[in-house]
Design a protein around this ligand. Sequence first.
Ligand SMILES: [Cu+2]
Length: 100
Amino acid sequence: MGSMSMSTSGAPSSSSSSATTDLTIHIKNYGYSKLEVPAGATVTVMNMDPETHTVTADDKSFDVTAPGDQSVTFTAPSKPGTYTFFCKYHSNMHGTLTVK
Ligand SMILES: [Cu+2]
């Protein structure tokens, strides 16, 4: 709809040196890897456990289910911040997604 894109074209020139393009949250042994992504990015969830897990934001900004040994994707929130999330099936599983 709107033309809200007023960012300058080209590569972002923030001071961070090694920009990674691997936007993947790995799930292994009932734990999440930490990830920092650009706002609105497509994030891959790679579940390396045989068990189904979910990536469910505490504030419901995102909510995906990753069946065992499968990868799914979701869209990161458009608002920068630190998003905590959990697994619906294993209440002891918690992770953090940083959006910048
Ligand atoms: Cu789980």
